[in-house]
Design a protein around this ligand. Sequence first.
Ligand SMILES: [Zn+2]
Length: 137
Amino acid sequence: MPIYEYRCSQCRRRFSIFWRTYSEAAEGDPTCRYCGASNPQRLISRVRVLRSEESRMESMADPSALGDFDENDPKSIGRFMRKMMGEMGDEGGDLGPEFEEVVDRLEAGQDPEAIEREVPGLAEGLGDTGPGMEPDL
Ligand SMILES: [Zn+2]
């Protein structure tokens, strides 16, 4: 499932669109998920590049090794979540594109709290670390 990133020409916000197929992505008519403006500017996805690098490194590592898991390191959390996703097998399809995007962002080293703010429809409970999670109004 191709994921393309766009920047809205109206409100300047960045967002991702999950296309079902590459041909749909090529012929699709994306609109801004925030303001609905059409013709957003497509961005080269930095996350994709990092992710292929990540999987290359992972293939060299012992797949059973979770010893380096560090809950304060977004990249470590991302690796852990991706392993969980893989182990869930068929049921993993129910997690939805938001979950996939979160893992991508974590692996890219983004701050989990920032991800939670930026990814609409994110499953509740992710990053539920107790105090400090109040919405900033
Ligand atoms: Zn917009």
